[in-house]
Design a protein around this ligand. Structure first.
Ligand SMILES: Cc1cc2nc3c(=O)[nH]c(=O)nc-3n(C[C@H](O)[C@H](O)[C@H](O)COP(=O)(O)O)c2cc1C
Ligand code: SF4
Ligand code: SF4
Length: 295
């Protein structure tokens, strides 16, 4: 069985999850291609996601697409991957597995959204996977960060369960669409997030910039920006307009050795919110394969 895993991973945790999934599938003697679109110039600088996918995705039976949860939604670039896929045919598999990573607080409607997009693209959601990971915006929290070290051993078990289940389904040739099992968010989240998208929560903070008084043009932020929004012009980091939007992922902010990046969302909003609310939300189960099967 041939599997293709496509992943978008601004801070690297969804990529770690994808690597766990790949390893677990290879243990089950499956052939796995892992394609990471993060920071790919063809995708973000040249705005050519479709061309990139057409050129790089090998023939497969099952397609897994993974991305992080941002503001309770599947992050927009992972959504775009699913929406951009060609229709299923001899090359492009009809069987789909969406997977998400989240900071353990609330993955809300993200898996459900991924399942709905696959369904709209005439694919069958044969299972869905949720993995808790380090909350990439919790780096400044004191006294502890959220979910440090995740995805870890519990998520490895989930990856193995996913691979085991895929093997079992394939031996039975049993391909039911199970996307209804992805609708585990509370009714409140479902209603609120139906109307309030990622941009509603983040739009006004997309003003991340380097302070030219402090920046020395070292270029580290440029290397870490997952959507290629930063260039060095005249020894200073500047934001360019390449058709992508700033994710607020804070990779530039956390990696800048001179603290030159101004990130209002981290500095004024989210650190306080996470500190206040980190005990309030704790989704259970933290990591799982859907539908959940009682043992
Ligand atoms: C802008 C932003 C918004 C986020 N929103 C949520 C959220 O709503 N719920 C949650 O549990 N985690 C949230 N997270 C945490 C990420 O989903 C989590 O760290 C994820 O594993 C990051 O994946 P990556 O390392 O592949 O980028 C958010 C992170 C960022 C940067
Ligand atoms: S990492 Fe910091 S100092 Fe280096 S170019 Fe970027 S903003 Fe400037
Ligand atoms: S500019 Fe910074 S916060 Fe915005 S997407 Fe790039 S690395 Fe992330």
């Amino acid at each position: 069985m041939n599997i293709c895993i496509i992943v978008f991973s601004p801070s690297g945790h969804t990529l770690q999850a994808a690597e766990m999934i790949k390893a677990a599938m290879e243990e089950q003697a499956m052939q796995v291609q892992l394609l990471n679109i993060t920071g790919q110039k063809e995708v973000f600088k040249n705005n050519n996601l479709r061309g990139f996918l057409l050129e790089n995705v090998n023939r497969h039976d099952v397609l897994c697409v993974g991305g992080p949860v941002y503001a309770g939604h599947l992050e927009g670039n992972a959504r775009k991957v699913i929406k951009t896929l060609p229709d299923p045919d001899e090359h492009w598999g009809k069987l789909a597995i969406p997977f998400i990573t989240y900071g353990g607080l609330h993955s809300s409607v993200s898996l459900q959204e991924a399942g709905a997009l696959f369904h709209a693209g005439r694919r069958i959601n044969i299972m869905g996977v949720k993995m808790a990971s380090f909350h990439s915006l919790s780096q400044n929290l004191l006294p502890y960060k959220i979910n440090e070290g995740k995805p870890g051993s519990e998520e490895e078990i989930v990856a193995r369960e996913m691979a085991r289940r895929l093997k079992q389904l394939s031996s039975q040739c049993k391909w039911d669409d199970v996307r209804r099992s992805f609708g585990y968010a509370s009714l409140l989240h479902k209603v609120v997030l139906k109307f309030l998208d990622q941009d509603y929560f983040h739009g006004k903070y997309r003003t991340v910039r380097a302070n030219p008084e402090v920046c020395n043009g070292c270029g580290i932020c440029q290397k870490f920006c997952p959507v290629n929004l930063i260039e060095i012009v005249g020894q200073k980091a500047v934001r360019v307009d390449n058709g992508s939007y700033c994710l607020l992922c804070a990779e530039c902010y956390h990696h800048c050795p001179r603290n030159a990046v101004v990130h209002d969302f981290v500095e004024q909003k989210i650190t306080k919110k996470l500190n206040d609310e980190k005990d309030k939300y704790h989704e259970i189960p933290q990591s799982a394969v859907y539908p959940i099967v009682s043992l």
